[in-house]
Design a protein around this ligand. Structure first.
Ligand code: NAD
Length: 265
């Protein structure tokens, strides 16, 4: 594509939306065409780039969205429903990082993937993609060791455990030919009884400005292996999402993964 990619951001005033807007100020690959925020939010109707003559303003819906190549979504499950409506009705590609998705939205996403190019990742960092690969290997190589996943995020995060922690749990369970649904233990309190063999436990820390930390522990008798990733700057997720968006434009309909982008970039 010779012209810039026409991009919309869903959740443009959020922490991730702002990180993407910061990068867009100096990224000629993209032309920001629409920026959606929650209805009633203080940014609604305000200029997106205060120092630019372009005059783009935040919107609270998709009604006035111009023709688009791709939408990047870091918002909420409810806002993602609206973005999906727009993308599926106009044939626009969608990159989504929103977590906390329920079963109804999962089904909608799977349906949408039949008609549009859709790429989802619970974590757009390359380091976490490698951590996932290492965990798969370790879980298979140490089949009898206990697995616990600990994650930490800032205090305003809405869902727990994080989408990334769940994705790590899925990867570990798959390596042991099990499902996370069958093996997960999400909370422990009171008389829990002994740990169930093969279970995958989760623990959650919330506080301050933690961008995102994940540790997968593989715990044996007399030794322990820990695989940890710490994000200190959310621009890593923003950069990954922009790379994914550029890659996705012009792809066939389907549910794509960040691994597909890394493999062919
Ligand atoms: P945030 O709360 O800072 O921002 C949310 C944004 O969504 C805001 O712009 C808000 O106005 C908008 N929004 C909320 N409800 C809306 C609605 N009903 N209609 C329209 N817009 C609405 O959140 P954040 O930290 O930027 O994270 C957003 C999402 O992305 C969360 O689900 C988070 O877990 C996820 N996340 C994913 C990754 C990743 O790499 N995949 C990284 C960080 C965050």
């Amino acid at each position: 594509m010779t012209r810039p990619v026409r991009l919309a951001i869903n959740g443009a005033s959020g922490r991730m939306g702002k990180a993407i807007l910061d990068l867009l100020e100096t990224d000629a690959r993209f032309e920001l065409a629409h920026a959606v925020v929650a209805p009633g939010s203080k940014q609604d109707g305000e200029p997106v780039f205060a120092h630019s003559s372009k005059g783009m303003r935040y919107a609270h819906d998709w009604n006035d969205a111009p023709a688009l190549d791709v939408v990047i979504d870091f918002s909420s499950p409810m806002a993602l429903h609206a973005a999906l409506d727009h993308c599926t009705s106009r044939g626009v590609a969608l990159v989504s990082g929103t977590t906390g998705i329920d079963a109804v939205l999962e089904v909608r996403m799977a349906e949408a993937g039949k008609n549009i190019a859709l790429l989802r990742a619970a974590n757009f960092s390359i380091g976490v993609a490698v951590l996932t690969r290492l965990l798969r290997e370790a879980a298979a190589a140490l089949p009898n060791w206990d697995i616990e996943i600990v994650e930490a995020h800032h205090g305003r995060k809405q869902d727990a455990p994080s989408g990334t922690a769940l994705a790590l749990g899925h990867a570990a369970a798959q390596s042991r030919r099990a499902t996370l649904d069958a093996m997960a233990v999400y909370s422990r309190e009171g008389q829990t009884g002994a740990r169930v063999d093969g279970s995958i436990g989760f623990a959650v820390v919330r506080g301050g400005d933690i961008v995102g930390e994940h540790t997968a522990m593989l715990i044996g008798q007399g030794e322990r292996l820990e695989l940890a990733h710490r994000a200190t700057d959310r621009s890593i997720f923003a950069r990954g999402a922009l790379q994914a968006a550029q890659w996705l434009v012009g792809r066939a309909a389907g549910q794509w993964q960040l691994e597909d982008v890394i493999a062919t970039s």
